[in-house]
Design a binder for this molecule. Structure first.
Ligand SMILES: Cc1ncc(C[n+]2csc(CCOP(=O)(O)OP(=O)(O)O)c2C)c(N)n1
Ligand SMILES: [Mg+2]
Length: 588
């Protein structure tokens, strides 16, 4: 605890611009933390634990150690704290955990640099609407010259997260409970600032004054909108449903399946919602750049597209090509500003995906509507015979390199059906998206809302902690691996059942394939071959270098007896440019 004092005492120029920091966090306050068990930090930890938190992530410093200890101590059955090696990955772990479990992900970080280190992961969680609670230390309001001082509030809000604060010893429990509830109801990351001068004070308020919120019901869709949408559905011959992350968050899978059956729709998802219709007979997989040739041919034939909780941006529509020019569009979204933003809508329903699907199902039943639409046995067979794994390609493996498609297809065969897959950003990301199956949408982690490289490993670690009894795959590039390298030690230390597949082209492939065809020098984004398997072993993981399919036999042995992560440094052929990327570059 002495650091609480020294942190502010090392500030240059202290006492010039404000009160002496050491008088703000004095020895009395410090000693009181050690002496009793109801400091503000204790009450905040206990209040958060009481929300039913089972796991938390973070990197500890003097500004968050006491609150994290309290969190661990007070959980019913114990909150397990998983220590990361970098705050960005700690937030990514909480994000991955939240995506798999549907619960609030919790992380804890030190003030100042501890918080700035989280920013990229925080921005991703904000863009993907992941509910997170981040406990963060904060310099005392009066410690104007502390080295750690930054404007934490504005920093956090600038990336789309919510900044909240523990205000006083009198409001500690309410402040903590409110922050947790906001994460849940607003579906965003909330950073709860814990000023280090308030943390050690004896808490006056030790229990929240209000009981937790009852389960919240989403607003009912407007009957007029349901009516108009039903009119369009009844007129349609070949309807399609495209579901996005909003549908995953709303758990709308079964309701959309029923709707699709009633109206005869083919089903597709955006990339982030992959898995929502896994194994359903009329599911075409992902719509957009990762769509199979058959899906790319079939979806534009729809004369009506129902878009549930998807932004239908250029990734999902392949620059507009996945939705026919004359197709009508019914767009369902909780947020009015999402309507028509990327593709004009004929009918808008402001509601969550499940509530809207339910209302449409009821109205269609009332009107006695049922249509075969797209759904013929012939189409069902065609879909089954035309998935990505059936698509012929010329294997570009050599003695030195393996084709990234081949390695993906083989890994897909080796893994049990119950697995989770997290995918980082980069040129390689289409391969796991196209070739690695997942059993459902909650087993698919696509932290690409911010298109940042380096988030996939942390996300996968959070997912592996959430579901330890199945393998979780982290599909990452060599660039992403180097950005998150420290967490290989975390995965090994925590003995996670994690298969890290590094698509290693010894380059920032996305940049190579983008700029080389334009005649630019790309030598700066090519790197010497690196022994990532050796690095992983040094971090305590099992590891292998993969150049041919036979090298994958190590996966079978590992699956039989995992006891920690297996890292595959897959030397992929760097000369292949994925079609989806070529197309994206062409479209600009
Ligand atoms: C944090 C961050 N830095 C830089 C970029 C720009 N960028 C996009 S893809 C990419 C290359 C990533 O390399 P790697 O992980 O090896 O994947 P590859 O493209 O080679 O398959 C880079 C640097 C980014 N999106 N995010
Ligand atoms: Mg690479």
């Amino acid at each position: 605890m002495g650091l609480l004092v020294s942190e502010v005492e090392v500030s240059p120029g202290q006492g010039v611009n404000g009160p002496e920091p050491s008088s703000v966090v004095g020895h009395d306050a410090k000693d009181s933390v050690a002496a009793q068990d109801s400091s503000v930090a204790d009450v905040v930890g206990a209040t958060i634990a009481a929300q039913g938190v089972k796991d938390a992530f973070g990197v500890l410093g003097s500004g968050n150690l006491v609150v994290t200890n309290a969190l661990v101590r007070h959980g019913a059955g114990g909150v397990h704290f998983h220590h990361a090696r970098h705050e960005m990955s700690a937030v990514c772990m909480a994000d991955g955990y939240a995506r798999v479990t549907g619960r609030v992900g919790v992380a804890s970080v030190h003030q100042g640099p501890g918080l700035t280190n989280t920013m990229t992961g925080l921005a991703e969680a904000a863009k993907s609407r992941t509910p997170l609670l981040i406990l963060s230390g904060e310099t005392p309001a009066a410690a104007l010259t502390s080295n750690f001082r930054i404007d934490q509030h504005d920093l956090v809000e600038s990336v789309g997260a919510i900044a909240d604060r523990v205000h006083s010893a009198k409001t500690a429990a309410d402040d903590a409970a409110r922050a947790y509830q906001r994460a849940l109801t607003e579906r965003r990351p909330v950073v709860l600032m814990l000023p280090i001068d308030i943390q050690p004070l004896p808490a006056v308020q030790t229990e929240p004054s209000q009981r937790p919120l009852p389960p919240l019901r989403p607003p009912e869709p407007a009957p007029e909108a349901i009516n108009d949408a039903t009119d369009l559905i009844i007129q349609a011959q070949r309807p399609a449903i495209i579901a996005g992350r909003g549908a995953v968050i709303a758990d709308a899978g079964p309701e959309l399946e029923l709707l699709g059956e009633t109206i005869g729709a083919v089903l597709a998802t955006s990339a982030p919602a992959n898995g929502l219709f896994a194994r359903l007979p009329y599911a075409l997989g992902i719509s957009g750049g990762f769509a199979s040739p058959f899906a790319s041919k079939t979806l534009p034939q729809a004369d009506l597209v129902l878009v549930f909780g998807a932004s239908v941006n250029h990734w999902t529509t392949k620059h507009g090509a996945m939705i026919g020019p004359d197709a009508r569009v019914i767009q369902i979204d909780l947020e009015p500003r999402a309507i028509g933003r990327n593709r004009p809508a004929d009918v808008a329903i402001i509601a969550d995906a499940r509530a809207a699907a339910n209302a449409l199902n009821d109205e269609l039943t009332k009107r006695g509507h049922a249509n075969q639409g797209f759904r013929t046995p012939a189409l069902r067979d065609e879909i089954a015979e035309n998935t990505w794994s059936h698509d012929p390609y010329e294997d570009a493996s050599t003695d030195e390199w393996i084709d990234p498609r081949t390695v993906s297809i083989e890994i897909n065969k080796l893994l049990p059906a119950n697995r989770a897959v997290a995918v980082d950003s980069g040129h390689f990301l289409g391969y796991p998206s196209m070739f690695l199956d997942v059993p459902d949408a909650r087993s698919w982690l696509f932290p690409n809302g911010f298109q940042a490289v380096g988030l996939g490993l942390g996300n996968a670690i959070g997912a592996a902690i959430a579901e330890p009894d199945r393998p979780t795959v982290a599909a990452i590039g060599d660039g992403g691996a180097f950005m998150a390298l420290a967490e290989l030690e975390t995965a090994a230390r925590l003995k996670l059942t994690l298969l890290v597949v590094i698509y290693d082209d010894a380059a920032y492939g996305a940049e190579v394939h983008h700029f080389a065809p334009m005649g630019h020098d790309v030598s700066l984004v090519r790197f010497p071959d690196a022994d990532l398997a050796g690095i992983a072993r040094a971090a305590g993981a099992k590891a292998a270098t993969v150049r041919r399919t036979e090298d994958l036999s190590v996966v079978e042995g590992w699956l039989a007896n995992p006891h920690g992560p297996l890292v595959l440094d897959v030397k992929v052929n760097p000369t292949i440019c994925a079609e989806w990327l070529e197309e994206a570059f062409r479209a600009g």
